[in-house]
Design a protein around this ligand. Structure first.
Ligand SMILES: Cc1cc2nc3c(=O)[nH]c(=O)nc-3n(C[C@H](O)[C@H](O)[C@H](O)COP(=O)(O)OP(=O)(O)OC[C@H]3O[C@@H](n4cnc5c(N)ncnc54)[C@H](O)[C@@H]3O)c2cc1C
Ligand code: HEM
Length: 393
């Protein structure tokens, strides 16, 4: 437990650290990645380059420091961090590395006059407290996943048993355990972690499960990313029979129990977690509106599958919006970007709905704004990022 004095010291330095946020981030990551090569594979280099991941971590630490008197105010931030850590297998031995680098960066940003031994000791205690919270919560989840039916701990080898081209740029990969055992059931919306060695270097990535897990296999659907290491490897080299290491499914962007009308809105490959959500929701009579936006028909994945569900389930309404008409694919319901008026026309009339959305950041910012303006309660409007969380304003 932190002393009242430590808490006061930490809170008093937060504004200084916030104003030096970029310097804090830069020092911290440069130090950690150069001095501790063992943690390098855990971090996605693209997220480093964009600054999103360093910013998310620094923001997490500062949010914690700001609310150090009332940790319950952190809302779902802690759950988000824990789920991401579990999916990438962050372990207790990694925390002292982050702690040491963070403290050195804090001391450099504050300067020696402010970063007195008392200040640094308060920050050391505060980091230790946060690390203990996360390590404890993560250990409980690792244990739970190891003990659950079909569960496991750490990496487990899976075989690629099927590949399906879903669009010009998305391929689905079906993985079954190499040991022929059962798999851990995933909640609709969860993702798996993957560990690969490419050109002698270990890399890790997350992929949403794009189908329910009842059949005993995990399906992911991956978009080829220009210049992307893992997506291009999977598309070009991962053939049926190959093995891959997977971590157990994780994630808190899951379908909450509710009988309100459900609205699933996706852009591009953001469609993946909405597919098992859609399938799960159709087991009840709940009305479902499925809205998907794609650049054009050529890159629109899973259209036939959703159409077939709509033909079978009268409570499902589906709407497609293409940014452009390629003149070849089946027509969209609307061509252009999804406007607020168009979204209003495709939502159920009553706005007491549960909305889930995912797509490129700009798309998500627009959807969030539109849903708010259209009267959807903020708490019922949920989203996730295919990368570190970022502000959507
Ligand atoms: C929870 C979650 C779920 C996800 N689900 C899915 C899913 O269902 N389907 C899916 O396709 N993706 C999904 N993703 C995204 C996925 O994890 C990968 O980020 C994505 O496949 C790109 O990985 P990559 O290795 O191919 O690209 P990366 O190698 O990570 O590169 C991505 C982009 O950054 C650029 N880049 C890389 N390194 C640098 C650098 N040092 N400097 C500048 N630019 C750089 C690359 O050129 C490329 O354009 C998900 C992510 C998360 C976090
Ligand atoms: C108290 C300590 C820590 C805090 C507050 C913290 C916070 C965060 C936050 C906020 C995110 C982004 C979550 C999201 O938006 O999805 C994140 C992701 C991540 N964290 Fe931590 N973290 C801590 C410790 C660690 C440690 C010890 C490691 C391992 C060395 C680590 C590795 C990662 C990785 C690899 C990601 C995902 C990166 C990516 O998407 O590229 N974190 N963490």
């Amino acid at each position: 437990m932190l002393s009242a004095q430590d808490r006061a010291i930490v809170k008093s330095t937060v504004p200084l650290l916030e104003s030096g946020g970029e310097a804090l981030i830069t020092h911290f990551y440069r130090m950690m990645l150069s001095e501790y090569p063992q943690v390098r594979p855990l971090f996605n280099q693209a997220h480093q380059a964009s600054g999103d991941q360093p910013r998310a971590l620094a923001n997490g630490v500062l949010m914690y420091a700001r609310h150090i008197d009332q940790l319950d105010q952190l809302g779902d931030l802690v759950a988000k961090i824990i789920n991401k850590h579990v999916a990438l297998q962050i372990l207790p031995e990694h925390y002292p590395i982050v702690g040491a680098c963070l403290l050195r960066a804090i001391s450099e940003v504050l300067g020696s006059e402010i970063a007195t031994p008392e200040v640094m000791s308060a920050w050391g205690a505060a980091y230790g407290q946060l690390a203990d919270i996360l390590i404890g919560a993560e250990a409980a989840i690792y244990e739970e996943k190891a003990q659950a039916p079909g569960g496991w701990r750490g990496a487990r080898p899976f075989l690629l048993v099927k590949r399906v081209e879903e669009s010009d740029e998305i391929i689905s990969f079906y993985f079954a355990p190499a040991d022929n055992g059962p798999i851990l059931a995933a909640a609709p919306g969860q993702y798996i972690g993957m560990k690969l060695v490419l050109d002698g270097e270990e890399v890790r990535r997350n992929y949403s499960l794009s189908a329910l897990t009842d059949a005993g296999v995990y399906r992911i659907s991956v978009k080829r990313e220009a210049g992307g290491r893992v997506s291009n490897y999977l598309h070009d080299q991962m053939q049926v029979g190959a093995t891959i290491d997977l971590f157990p499914p994780s994630g808190e962007f899951t379908l909450a129990a509710s009988d309100k009308p459900l609205v699933l809105i996706s852009g591009g490959v953001g469609i993946t977690p909405t597919l098992p959500m859609l399938e799960a929701a159709l087991a009840s009579e709940r009305p479902v509106h499925f809205i998907h936006c794609a650049r054009n028909g050529g890159v629109h994945a899973f259209r036939d599958w959703v159409d077939a569900l709509a033909a079978k389930h009268p409570q499902l309404k589906r709407y497609y919006c293409y940014a452009e008409d390629d003149g070849v694919s089946p027509a969209a319901d609307k061509v252009g970007l999804l406007s607020q008026d168009q979204l209003a026309a495709w939502l159920p009339e009553q706005r007491d709905i549960d909305a889930y959305f995912l797509g490129p950041k700009g798309f998500m910012a627009a959807i969030k704004r539109h849903l708010q303006a259209l009267g959807v309660p903020e708490k019922q409007s949920r989203y996730e990022f295919f990368g570190p969380a970022a502000a959507l304003e």
